[in-house]
Design a protein around this ligand. Structure first.
Ligand code: MLT
Length: 264
């Protein structure tokens, strides 16, 4: 079933009973990047995926985003669907949203899956890069930005041997407006540091990271592993930043084993 609440477009599948898993996509893609995981997770529990504001079929609005607003949208979606608690599964920007949601509303969390993400905020260098990206999107348009971005998130091997992954990601980015992309870049640049909150996350956490991820490298994942009280971590072989797409076999095996645990 598909629906829209508060301008946020979502997809809801799987059995109705039990605690759902909510998939939150990375920047600047949309919920279709979780298609394989929605299919597999939906066999064992309720699975939800949504388009973050400014992405996919969700409204772009005024483009004035913050991670706080993205968390408000997530909470409004959970409220609308009468979901008291969920397992949040976020990749990269989706992980930033999940981590801040865990810090703000720990009572809504039953488990956390952090994929190719980090708890630390942007460095000054990263903020300057975001500003340059906003200028470039405005000046040269989304297609040029998209082409370069996709090269940075996949391994050379994925680009060469699995062109369908790159073209599907490209389509997602091209579906987003310059306003939505710029707004998300500003939101990520202004996000808070969630590192101190990790020690207070009492629910089980799973950390997955592509072995060749250069944007949110395995070292960032290891830092979260050390700080989280109940976490396990797996490095996904042959993957860069889009570990769920580049090696779905290993990614899904780890994800499903985690979701099958009784306690979450
Ligand atoms: C993402 O994949 O969501 C972004 O690359 C995250 C970021 O730029 O920090």
């Amino acid at each position: 079933m598909e629906g829209t609440v508060n301008g946020i477009s979502f997809e809801d599948s799987g059995p109705r009973d039990g605690i759902p898993v909510v998939f939150i996509h990375g920047f600047p893609f949309d919920r279709t990047m979780w298609e394989l995981q929605m299919k597999e997770a939906g066999k064992i529990r309720r699975a939800l995926a949504y388009d973050v504001r400014g992405h996919g079929r969700s409204e772009a609005g005024d483009g004035q985003y913050s991670v706080e607003l993205f968390v408000d949208d997530l909470v409004a979606l959970l409220d609308h669907l009468r979901v008291d608690r969920a397992v949040l599964c976020g990749l990269s920007m989706g992980g930033y949203i999940a981590l801040r949601a865990a810090e703000r509303q720990p009572e809504r969390l039953s488990g956390l899956v952090l994929c190719d993400t980090k708890s630390s905020p942007d460095t000054d260098e990263a903020k300057i890069k975001r500003a340059a990206a906003i200028t470039a999107v405005k000046k040269y348009g989304v297609p040029k930005f998209a082409e370069e971005f996709i090269k940075a998130v996949l391994t050379e091997n994925t680009l060469k041997t699995k062109p369908a992954i790159a073209s599907s990601l490209l389509n997602s980015v091209l579906g987003n407006s310059p306003l939505g992309i710029s707004g998300a870049l500003l939101a990520m640049a202004a996000r808070t540091d969630t590192t101190a909150a990790l020690a207070k996350i009492a629910v089980p956490a799973l950390i997955l990271v592509g072995e060749h991820d250069k944007i949110t490298p395995p070292s960032a994942a290891e830092a979260m592993l050390k700080a989280l009280p109940k976490a396990e971590m797996h490095v996904i072989p042959g993957a860069a930043h889009m570990s769920n797409l580049e090696n779905p076999a290993v990614f899904n095996e780890k994800l499903l084993a985690f979701l099958k645990q009784q306690r979450i």
